[in-house]
Design a protein around this ligand. Sequence first.
Ligand SMILES: Cc1cc2nc3c(=O)[nH]c(=O)nc-3n(C[C@H](O)[C@H](O)[C@H](O)COP(=O)(O)O)c2cc1C
Length: 198
Amino acid sequence: MSFLALINNRRSIRRYQQKPVALDNLLKLTNAGRLAATGGNRQPWEFIIVHQKKLVDALFPCLAWLPGDGEPPPGMEPTAYIVILGDPQRSSHYQLDCSAAAQNILVAAYSFGLGSCWLGSVEWHKVRGLFVIPDHLEGFGVISLGYPAQEVKIEEGGEARLPERDKQGVLKLPKRRFIEVVSLDRYGQSPKPEDSNS
Ligand SMILES: Cc1cc2nc3c(=O)[nH]c(=O)nc-3n(C[C@H](O)[C@H](O)[C@H](O)COP(=O)(O)O)c2cc1C
């Protein structure tokens, strides 16, 4: 798959096969996060790879899943995670840098055939205790990982609303149309169809 296709076809996955993710892949994904763009090269991030089954199971109840898609049912939970922590002492806008790291991890995961989901709704007080996170670091997000067990299809021209599952179990994810969000040279001036193949 081309790099552009990896970016465009990656979707959030919330149903996983119960097949472990190799630690080597998790190390590579985390490295992709470490090398993301970062304002002033401040690198205000740290990562915790969650690989051990006992810890993977313990992290699951600390997460909240998108209402439209629901949380993974029993037997379809993620099989690994990467916890992203921000360091406000290194940068007051660590969230921006951590976002770049998170997106790198999502796309890199997809390149390995893995499904992933960026989880911002996290019970950090529990996660802090679970992984003995030091006080100077802030919880930023959790990336769930595992081999996908769900199909997601984009619905072009939809509203920015929650995705819904159809009768076949396919998640329909509405995306705002390209011409609705992109101007060419002047705000509100839409690119013509021949200007884009999106
Ligand atoms: C900052 C941020 C926080 C998110 N938090 C959650 C979350 O807590 N739970 C969840 O199920 N999905 C979460 N998501 C995933 C979004 O719901 C998902 O990206 C969105 O529905 C678009 O779908 P797509 O990633 O397949 O394009 C989050 C995404 C971002 C960027």
